[in-house]
Design a protein around this ligand. Structure first.
Ligand code: UD1
Length: 421
């Protein structure tokens, strides 16, 4: 299994380009199932989760062609309406095929995701939302079996649905399903994440009638059919945020191209509070720091508040900052797996429930570490970049799920990172 070897201590300097967002691309790829004519996408990053989704769509009969960051998808002849356990267990976001399959074909069989490293992460709200639209849903043998065949015109029926927790993929699944439903659907307490907005923008280009994406009430007036379109996936704010923290921690100066500061308000605010200088112009963001950072309290919450997908990276920042920080995770119940590994590098962190108390230390020591999820792995890379000596990160397939060309981008900025088999 591949590992990353990092020699810490280099300041990062230079420019890199941010890739298209993984979390926007995944629902957008699944939305291809809704279209009767081909969809052309650009800025689709080369990531393991994207490969998994393309494989899943291919198994269903979607014709997929990929050329660099461009992907075309033709779902005119879908033959299978199933996502098996093998697919869903490797990538939870496979659940995003449920809404589109059910809305267009009237039937879907999708495995329940089961547990995952960062908590139980149920999909009950996806299911309840589809039921509110009239779907008949049975859970049997670990699978969600859904049908609309008993409904008028075999179509989902528009409904008003309040999600009692803000769920990103839940909002996306229901928005896609509602796009082809009969009548009007109102999704209340909807997720406001930029990736939801990007999906909505593409669905609208496909012919959907959607208003309110980016607010907590999304209204979808169903249409009878959707067509293909062209779409450029929004930039990855979490990838950008990760490199911004890297620049701040190493005391460097990094300019990010294809990055949108307006999607990163809470993260930029915290970086400034920590002492970094962040400026932006057009679609670039520059972060400059002398490496002397102050500890910053973090509390994760749905967008536009501080993203849970940046929590681990700011934990890394706090480990070497001056002072004491409280890091509170409110979205996932088990998202502190990076803490033990950081402790092995000399970090001073104690956990009490969903809060971690991080006391900054003068330096971290390189060590062999591993993490069990994507952003936790990223935080260990950040720790490795500033640690004294050598850090080996194991199980980097997690990083390959979500960071395109991570070591190339870091090395282009002057880091010393090597992939070893
Ligand atoms: C998405 C992102 C993930 C990010 C997360 C929160 C994708 C592919 N993944 O994950 O990177 O960390 O949003 O910003 O976009 N919940 C329920 N029932 C449900 C659905 C969710 O109880 O039916 C709970 C979850 O367990 C969690 C919370 O709601 O505690 C938020 O989860 P959710 O927003 O759904 O996360 P994902 O969409 O899976």
């Amino acid at each position: 299994m591949d590992k990353l070897l990092i020699i810490g201590g280099n300041r990062l300097h230079g420019e890199i380009t941010i890739s298209g967002a993984k979390n926007a691309a995944l629902p957008i790829l699944c939305a291809s199932l809704l279209a009767e004519t081909p969809l052309q996408l650009s800025a689709v990053a080369a990531l393991k989760d994207i490969d998994t989704t393309l494989k899943l769509l291919g198994i269903m009969g979607v014709k997929v062609a990929r050329n660099g960051d461009k992907v075309s998808l033709d779902a005119s002849e879908v033959a299978s309406f199933e996502a098996t356990y093998d697919m869903v267990k490797t990538m939870r976001a496979s659940i995003l095929v449920l809404g589109p399959l059910l809305a267009r074909f009237g039937t879907a069989r999708v495995s329940l995701p089961g547990g995952c490293a960062i908590g139980s992460r149920p999909v009950d709200l996806h299911i309840k939302g589809l039921q509110a639209m009239g779907a008949a849903i049975h859970i049997t043998h670990g699978y969600i079996q859904a049908s609309t065949l008993h409904l008028p015109n075999r179509r989902l029926q528009g409904a008003r649905y309040y999600m009692d927790l803000v769920t990103v993929t839940g909002t996306e699944n229901l928005m896609m399903a509602a796009a082809l439903a009969e009548g009007t659907t109102v999704l209340e307490n909807a997720a406001k994440e930029p990736e939801v907005v990007d999906l909505a923008e593409m669905l609208i280009k496909m012919g959907a009638n959607i208003t309110g994406a980016g607010t907590d009430v999304i209204t979808v007036v169903g249409v009878e059919k959707l067509n293909g379109t062209t779409h450029n996936v929004v930039c990855d704010r979490i990838e950008a945020g990760t490199y911004m923290v890297a620049a701040a921690m190493t005391g460097g100066e990094v300019k990010l191209l294809n990055a949108r500061a307006d999607l990163l308000d809470a993260v930029i605010e915290k970086l400034r509070e920590a002492g970094a200088v962040v400026t932006s112009e057009g679609d670039t963001i520059t972060v400059k720091s002398d490496g002397k950072l102050k500890a910053v309290n973090i509390r994760t919450a749905p967008h536009p508040a501080f993203p849970t997908d940046m929590q681990a990276q700011f934990m890394a920042l706090n480990t070497v900052a001056t002072g004491v920080a409280k890091v509170t995770e409110t979205i996932f119940e088990n998202r502190f797996m990076h803490v033990q590994e950081m402790q092995r590098m000399g970090a001073d962190i104690s956990i009490d429930g969903n809060t971690a108390l991080v006391k900054g230390v003068p330096y971290l020591d390189g060590a062999t570490v591993m993490a069990t999820d994507l952003r936790a792995s990223a935080s260990l890379v950040l720790a490795g970049l500033v640690a004294r000596g050598e850090t080996t990160i194991e199980r980097i397939y997690h990083l390959d799920r979500g960071y395109e060309n991570l070591e190339d981008k870091l090395n282009a900025l002057g880091a010393n990172v090597k992939r070893i088999a």
